[in-house]
Each structure stands twice: as C-alpha cells, then as structure tokens.
Design a protein around this ligand. Structure first.
Ligand code: ARG
Length: 470
C-alpha cells in the first residue's frame, strides 16, 4: 500500500484492501467519498497529471512510451467526461482515483506509474488552486462588467439630483451618478482584493507528495511553469495542508456579496412606491400569485439572501482549518462544496446584476421631489452664512431656527420669503435661493470626490480609464 493512500480502503474488490479484514461499511463509503462533488475538478486534475507526467518523463522517471500512453489515455478520458460517457464510481472514492483507475484500464501499467512522486494530498491541493485561479478570473471579469454598467448609468445621471441619506433620513442632496459611483469604488476594491488573493492561490503544491517531499529527483519549477503557477509552495507540510488561499477567496467573495447586498437593499427601497426612484426591467421582477398589483424585486432580495449563504461558506472554511494539526487531514475534503457554491453564487449574481443595472430606469422627478422633504439644503444655508463671516457653530444654530420655522409652516427652506430668512440673519441676501435648490446645492460640492455633476463626470472619466473603455 503506497503511504499516501493510508485512508484508502476501497472495499473487498479494492486494490489496496489487503491490509483490511473486512470491506468498508456502505454508509461509511458514501460518507467518505467525494466523487459526487469533486468530479467538478476533473479538467484540472487531468491538467495537473499531464504536467506531472511530462516532468517525470523529462527527469527520466517515466519512459517516453509511458508518457505517450498517459497523454493518449487522458485525452480519451477528457472526451468521455465532456460527453457524459465517463462512469464515475463511488468505489473509487474521489475524482483523482476515478481518473487514475480509468487511465489504467485504458493504457495499462503506464497508468499505474503516473502516481510516482505524488500523493492525492498534493494533487488535490493543486486541483483546487487551478480551479480557484480560473474562478477568480471569471469573477473579476464579471465585477468589471458590473462596474461598466454602473459607470454608464452614472454618466447619464451625473446631474440628476436625489436625497443623500444618513441614518436613512434625508441629509443633503446628491446626484444619482455620484451615488452609483460609490458602488463602483466598492467593486474596484473587490477586484484588487481578488487579484491579491490570486497571487497566493497561484502557487504549486505538487511535489510535496504526501507531506514530506519525495526521494525522486523531481523538477517542481518545470511543473509550475507548465501550469502557469507563479512559484512553488516552499514547505511540503504547509503545501498539502494550507487552505488559507481558499479562506481568503471566501472572504473576498463575501465582501463582494456584501456590496451587492447593500446595492440590493437600496434597489428594493428605491423600487418601493413610497420612493419610486427606479424601475427594474420586468424580466428581473416577479408578480404575486394572489395580489395582482404586485411587482416584487425578487432578484435583489435573493442576492441579499444569498449573501448570508456565502458568508456562511467563509465561516465553514475558517472553522474547517481551526485546530487542524499538520499536515493533510481529511477535514480538508470539506473545502470543496463551500468553495464551489461560493463561486457559482458569485458568478450568477454578478452576471445578473451587470445586466440588470444596465436596464435600470430612473424617475428623476420622483428623486427631485424627495429632496424637497427633509430640509436637505440646511447645510447649504449654514455654509452660505459661514462664507459671509458667521462662525460655523453659530450658522448651525441660526439655520436650526430657520428649519423650525419652515417646519411649523409645512414648507421647505427655499419656500420661506426672503424677509423671513433675513429675520434669522442680516447676512442673507437675494442670492441665497441659488444654494437652497437641490441643483444649486449639488453643483456647489465640487471638492475632489464630491457630488457636483462636474466632479461626477471627472470620476466617470477616471473610471473609464481604469476599465479601459473610454
Ligand atoms: N478527496 C480528498 C480531498 O478532497 C483527496 C485527498 C485525499 N488524501 C488522502 N490521503 N485521503 O481532500
């Protein structure tokens, strides 16, 4: 029995059952098998095996005839899997042994030589890293697509005013374009986080063998080069047991989902008729089976809900690693389902959001009307007084009194007569009304990163440069 296979006990007919007195219990077989889900790694398993075999041949650890047989067999297996003809067997436990068993059936002894200087422990770690690297690239491209949709919508609404909120209370007027670009920034950090995580994902564990390295004169750098890894894992014990890269990915993925969930919450609020700020294309909403008038924001609601699921996967992975002694432990087999589901959830949610955001229809009148409630320009009046010499704290107090008077009359600040405003401070002139409109308020906030239409357009230009789609 090869040392790397100490856990393998494939039942009465199994190749390694010599050491065991009875076949493995049926339920235990199902309990320990991973083939039902890790078969998803097949493409990467084959890729890794081919690189390993080529290295073995180059190092004269495998004959060129054997290498040719392995390449031929793997091509056949790849075709069988792609066409659905491949017979996955629970007896062979996982994706690695299923493929190896089939290879041996197809090409004989060459198939049995493939596992020289390798263990499933370094093999599975390699497969997961290859899978995740590809997933990160897909996800980053989808985040970019969503960012593009946000930027285009922001450009169209660079001057559309709406209330900005703090504590979900009307605070100050902002432009809708500015609000959208806040999400652009969040997703920009997400792309950077994924790229950073990718560097640590992209290292080769193969060559660590079961845990201690190997006595064969292997060339790990060659395998790393062929598989596009940026380097090799430098300690064999760490290489087979490290799943930090998966935890990091799940953390980055959770943050992406948190951002999508925040956007979802806002879309749900904005779609509510009390707000009435936006409409989503009908293909992203659903009706009610009982209330004929309803149009429900199911997609954002589900995205909000699925955020819990992805954060849950992060917790699963982090808890999986806690208290594991070195080196490989079977616990790690539990990393796959959370990872796969995290990837699938992100890919679907991002792809849908990119299209949905591009289709958002805006009710600019409803947004503007909402700025008229809640004295959104009170800070502008205070700033106006400050610019005329009043200390800010006094201006704050003066405007508070003006707001109270307006509230008693049930009108906005801009609807108070000039004489009344001057009653609160003699510094008020006729030009005050320019800052009391939401457009005037927003237009004045030209500081870098501010909400003024010209600042938003500048931000759109910067974003387009980053996205490479000017
Ligand atoms: N199916 C296993 C996993 O996913 C592969 C590695 C198993 N190694 C072992 N010695 N049992 O982790």
């Amino acid at each position: 029995m090869p040392p790397s296979e100490e856990n393998l006990h494939a039942g009465a007919k199994g190749a390694w059952s010599g050491r065991f007195a009875e076949p493995v219990d049926e339920r235990v077989k199902r309990y320990t098998a991973s083939v039902s889900f890790d078969r998803r790694l097949a493409e990467f398993d084959i890729m890794g095996s081919l690189a390993h075999a080529r290295m073995l041949a180059a190092a004269k650890l495998l004959s060129h005839e054997d290498l040719a047989a392995i390449e031929r067999g793997m091509a056949e297996i790849g075709a069988e899997i792609a066409s659905g003809r491949f017979e996955w067997s629970l007896d062979a436990e996982d994706v690695h042994l299923n493929i190896e068993r089939r290879l041996t059936a197809l090409v004989g002894d060459a198939g049995k030589r493939l596992h020289t200087a390798r263990s499933r422990n370094d093999q599975v770690a390699t497969d997961v890293r290859l899978f995740l690297r590809a997933a990160i690239d897909d996800i980053a491209a989808l985040v970019r697509k969503l960012q593009r949709a946000l930027v285009e919508l922001a450009d169209r609404h660079a001057a559309t005013v709406m209330p900005g909120f703090t504590h979900l209370q009307v605070a100050q007027p902002v432009t809708f374009g500015h609000h959208l670009l806040a999400y652009y920034e969040m997703f920009d950090r997400d792309v950077a986080r994924l790229a950073d995580c990718r560097r640590r994902v992209n290292r080769l564990p193969l060559g660590a063998a079961a845990l201690a390295g190997t006595s064969f004169p292997i060339d790990r750098d060659r395998v790393a080069r062929e598989l596009g890894f940026e380097g090799v894992c430098a300690n064999s014990l760490d290489a087979v047991s490290d799943r930090d890269f998966a935890i990091e990915f799940a953390a980055a993925a959770s943050i992406v989902m948190v951002h999508l969930s925040r956007l979802s919450e806002e879309l749900i609020l904005w779609m509510n008729p009390r707000f009435g700020f936006v409409r989503l294309p009908d293909r992203y909403t659903t009706g009610s089976s009982i209330m004929p008038q309803k149009k429900n924001p199911d997609v954002p609601e589900l995205a909000r809900g699925k955020t819990g699921r992805v954060v849950g996967h992060l917790m699963a992975l982090v808890t999986l690693m806690k208290a594991q002694p070195l080196a490989y432990n079977k616990d790690n087999q539990e990393d796959k389902e959370p990872l796969f589901d995290t990837v699938d959830t992100l890919v679907d949610t991002l792809a849908i959001f990119a299209e949905m955001v591009a289709g958002i229809e805006v009710d600019a009148d409803a947004m503007r009307a909402a700025t008229q409630e809640g004295f959104a320009t009170a800070t502008d009046l205070a700033d106006y007084l400050v610019k005329r010499g009043m200390p800010f704290r006094d201006a704050h107090e003066t405007v508070a009194r003006a707001v109270r008077a307006a509230e008693e009359r049930g009108v906005d600040l801009a609807a108070l007569p000039l004489a009344d405003l001057q009653g609160f401070s003699s510094l008020v002139g006729e030009d005050v009304f320019a800052v009391l409109t939401p457009e005037g308020s927003a237009a004045s906030r030209t500081s870098f990163g501010g909400t003024a239409p010209e600042a938003v357009r500048a931000a759109v230009r910067r974003a387009r440069e980053t996205l490479g789609s000017a």
